[in-house]
Structure formats: structure tokens, C-alpha cells
Write a protein that binds this ligand. Structure first.
Ligand SMILES: [Mn+2]
Length: 313
């Protein structure tokens, strides 16, 4: 095996110089093979409220310039133990959602067929559906850990089936998920009605609310998650609005009372050893961000996911 090509050396080229790739990693076309690739999906035509997540991949890459190669919390150097690369962006049609979903699916399929695990940077949450379709093609029904303020299991908006509030209902309908092991974390805020919760439970989802995280603590929450997931192939989908607006103001549908970025990172860290087959970080909307708070959180969350994958490489 050849040595992985790592990030640009910051002792030779300052972090603020050069074109931004995620964590200053090589581009996918510059390496022979990548074990993990960070892929951008600049698509936000499925949002129901504030638009702008199409600008997130570029912003998160900018915010990721400060990521360093060694993760002390997990004691791993993810870019040295495996080849990680930036796969660039999928060019998807902003005016035709079904066509965009096909393009996203095709893009991630190329990665999976090359034996590359994807960490996708959205984009709005609509993009989780085509990603899960490919996960299912490769792995069969997968366990899902979904971090979000919202359930995202609604049926339609204005008659539309494919939106950022509906991907996980579609995924269940299409049989993409192992419904013994699907759950939401960070849920809070007002709903349309109590039926939202009973519909969601009928699909098989378990819910850890943001209040549960506060009351039970990160340790107990992680333990319950690990028990439910076991060694199943696990997909992790992270809507940055799982974080409190204090930690992630730059997002499309913010809700008060969310997780801290520390809680989210601690929960993810607790999943070390899990069989993570893919992940996404979505719903960063840079236009509403201040001082890159949200983009910095998202870049660290993506780094955490890559590091977990490195431990399990
Ligand atoms: Mn969402």
C-alpha cells in the first residue's frame, strides 16, 4: 500500500493560502484511490423556509482550513491511516428535483463502486434520500441515526413528495432502512399535530429529544444508541439544525433549545467502533451565519465522522 497523500503542509503553506478543499486534502482526481471522500452537494431546491444551503459546500470547505491532522479525542490521525480526498461537488439541476436526485445518486454510486465511503456535505436534507438509495443498493437496509430538530418524516409539502421535510418517510416506504434500528436525536420544537409523532413511531423511529440529552446525559444516550445499532451497517445523517441556534445560526429552519456543538461531538465520539458506511452533514445556510459559527461546527462534525471511519478502517 502506498502512503496516503495528506493535507497541504501548513508549516510550508499558510492555512489561508490556496484553493480550499475540505481540510486542505487532495482532490479525488489527484489520488489513485480514496477510502473516504468528502463530497459536496450544492442543492437547496427542496427547502420549505429559508433557502441558501446550496452555498454550504464552499463555505464548509473554507471553514475547514483550520482542521489539523491529529484527533486527540479519538487518538487517530484520520488522513494518515487511510486516503481521504475531496470529491468536489455534484452538479445538480436546481430547477428539477427528480433529476437532481438522480444526479446525486449517480455521483455517490461512483464512489461506492470504487470502494470509497462518502461523507457528503449538503445541501438541504432532500439529498439524504438518493444517498440512502445507494447505501441500500450496496449494503441492503441500513441502520439510520438522524440528528435534527425536525422529524423529516412528513408526507408532502404543497403536494411535493421530495422535499427536505420528507426524505425519511420516502426512505422507509422504499424499504431502504433497517427499521429495527432507526432513530432521531435532537428533536424539539412545535409540530403540526400529535399525529406527526404517532406516524413517525409507526414507521419504527425512536426519538431522543434535545431535552432527553440534557436530562439523561450524553453517556446514557450513547449507550442506548449503541445497543440499538449493534454492528449493523450504519448511516449517519446530520442536519446542522440539531444544534441550538446559538451554535448554528446559519440554517434554514432554526428551533430554540437545541444541542450544543460539544454535545453533538461527544455523542458522535461515543459511536467509535460502529460500522459507519456513510454520512452527511446538511442544512448549513451561510447567508444567515455569523463569523462562520455554523460552518465551523459543520466542518468539525465532518472531521469527527471521517475520524470515526478511520478507526473502523
Ligand atoms: Mn432535516
Amino acid at each position: 500500500m502506498t502512503e496516503p497523500i495528506g493535507p497541504v503542509d501548513s508549516s510550508r503553506v499558510p492555512r489561508f493560502a490556496g484553493i480550499a478543499t475540505f481540510a486542505r486534502l487532495p482532490r479525488l482526481e489527484d489520488v489513485q484511490h480514496a477510502d473516504v471522500a468528502v463530497m459536496g452537494v450544492p442543492f437547496d431546491s427542496g427547502v420549505s423556509y429559508r433557502p441558501g444551503a446550496r452555498f454550504a459546500p464552499a463555505q464548509i470547505r473554507e471553514a475547514s482550513r483550520l482542521l489539523r491532522p491529529y484527533h486527540p479525542g479519538l487518538d487517530v490521525s484520520p488522513f494518515a491511516t487511510m486516503q481521504v480526498a475531496d470529491a468536489g461537488d455534484i452538479a445538480c439541476n436546481p430547477f428539477n428535483i427528480p433529476e437532481a436526485l438522480d444526479s446525486i445518486q449517480e455521483g455517490v454510486s461512483t464512489l461506492l463502486d470504487a470502494g470509497t465511503r462518502p461523507v457528503t456535505i449538503g445541501g438541504d436534507h432532500t439529498i439524504a434520500l438518493p444517498l440512502l438509495r445507494e447505501m441500500h443498493r450496496k449494503h441492503g437496509p441500513v441502520a439510520l441515526l438522524h440528528f435534527d430538530a425536525h422529524l423529516d418524516t412528513w408526507n408532502t409539502y404543497f403536494g411535493a413528495d421530495y422535499t427536505h421535510g420528507t426524505p425519511f418517510r420516502r426512505a422507509v416506504e422504499e424499504g431502504l432502512l433497517d427499521t429495527e434500528a432507526i432513530s432521531h436525536c435532537g428533536i424539539r420544537g412545535p409540530l403540526y399535530s400529535k399525529d406527526d409523532l404517532s406516524d413517525d413511531a409507526r414507521m419504527g423511529f425512536g426519538i431522543t429529544t434535545s431535552m432527553d440529552v440534557m436530562n439523561q446525559g450524553v453517556g446514557a444516550v450513547v449507550e442506548a444508541m449503541r445497543e440499538r445499532i449493534g454492528d449493523r451497517p450504519l448511516y449517519i445523517s446530520i442536519d446542522i439544525d440539531c444544534l441550538d441556534p446559538a451554535h448554528a445560526p446559519g440554517t434554514g429552519t432554526p428551533e430554540a433549545g437545541g444541542l450544543t456543538s460539544r454535545e453533538l461531538l461527544a455523542i458522535l465520539r461515543g459511536l467509535r467502533g460502529s460500522n459507519i458506511v456513510g454520512a452527511d452533514v446538511v442544512e448549513v445556510a451561510p447567508a444567515y451565519d455569523h463569523a462562520d459559527i455554523t460552518a465551523i461546527a459543520a466542518s468539525h462534525v465532518a472531521y469527527e465522522l471521517v475520524s470515526l471511519m478511520a478507526l473502523n478502517h
